[in-house]
Design a protein around this ligand. Structure first.
Ligand code: IPD
Ligand code: CA
Ligand code: CA
Ligand code: CA
Length: 265
């Protein structure tokens, strides 16, 4: 795979798509709901996904595409080169705030993450990583992650998971919330993972994400020496929904051992 060539195209397309999204602030959005009343999708999510599909098909016809809005290919395995795309991660923020959303693209070759891009459109902040070549924030190299203790950590966590829910006993994460220095919730999984890679958050925990939410972020995390697993400490399955626990390395071990392992969920 020609990583450099693909990266150049991916970067220019992601910026172009970002410009188109910003122009859409001038227009009236067509907003629909998906699985429930708070699960939003707009014409711009769909048009942005289609924008990437058209570009990729023209330039790299042998590559396959998995997109959240379902206009790409139907994939059951990750053979060859696969682009995993979330055209707008944080649609609720896009609709309500016109900021704090991102375009997320993870490019995999035979199941191995090779190139990850997360573009915070309104802040014009691009995180990218190429396997073995490090991660960058607006083209500036990001350092390897350092160590932090639980009591000095800031973790990304949605309040849903410390209220009664179907996926985890709220006391488990509630106890962690009490012990850490602070929690943050940005409403875009891709941005939250990118913040961990950039050292602005120390960990991010959530009970369910889809491939397009984490595909790019996992590649960034690997390049800065972070640890990415499920909440049970198991490997993340790229083509499935997973619980996600990504963190600085020492902190990952402490939280896993002291808060998550050996508990009844
Ligand atoms: C959502 C966002 C949100 C996360 C949800 C995702 P979408 O993605 O990343 O932060 O909590 O689980 O589905 O639907 O806005 O692309
Ligand atoms: Ca969505
Ligand atoms: Ca998403
Ligand atoms: Ca989305």
């Amino acid at each position: 795979m020609h990583e450099n060539e693909i990266l150049i195209y991916a970067k220019s397309w992601i910026k172009e798509a970002g410009e188109r999204i910003k122009k859409s602030f001038q227009t009236t959005l067509n907003i629909e709901t998906k699985s429930n009343a708070n699960d939003l999708v707009t014409n711009i999510d769909k048009e942005t996904e289609q924008f990437f599909i058209t570009k990729i098909n023209q330039q790299f016809p042998e590559h396959r595409i998995l997109g959240e809005e379902g206009n790409g290919d139907e994939l059951e395995e990750l053979g060859g080169v696969v682009w995993i795309i979330d055209p707008i991660d944080g649609t609720m923020n896009f609709v309500h705030q016109q900021r704090n959303f991102a375009i997320s693209i993870g490019i995999y070759e035979n199941g191995v993450g090779k190139i990850g891009l997360i573009y915070d459109v309104v802040h014009d902040e691009l995180y990218h990583a190429v396997k073995g070549k490090g991660a960058h924030f607006n083209d500036k190299a990001l350092p390897k992650l350092n160590e932090v203790s639980v009591s000095e950590a800031i973790i990304g966590l949605n309040a849903t998971w410390v209220t009664p829910n179907r996926r985890i006993d709220p006391l488990i994460l509630g106890t962690l919330v009490r012990d850490v220095r602070g929690t943050r919730s940005y409403g875009s999984a891709a941005i939250e993972i990118a913040q961990v890679a950039a050292g602005r958050l120390d960990a991010y925990i959530t009970m369910r994400l889809s491939p397009w939410d984490f595909a790019a972020g996992l590649i960034l995390m690997e390049e800065v020496g972070g640890v990415s697993t499920t909440l049970k400490g198991e490997p993340i399955q790229i083509l499935q929904q997973n619980s996600i626990f990504i963190s600085k390395p020492g902190l990952h071990k402490s939280i896993l051992e002291n808060y998550l392992q050996g508990k009844e969920w």
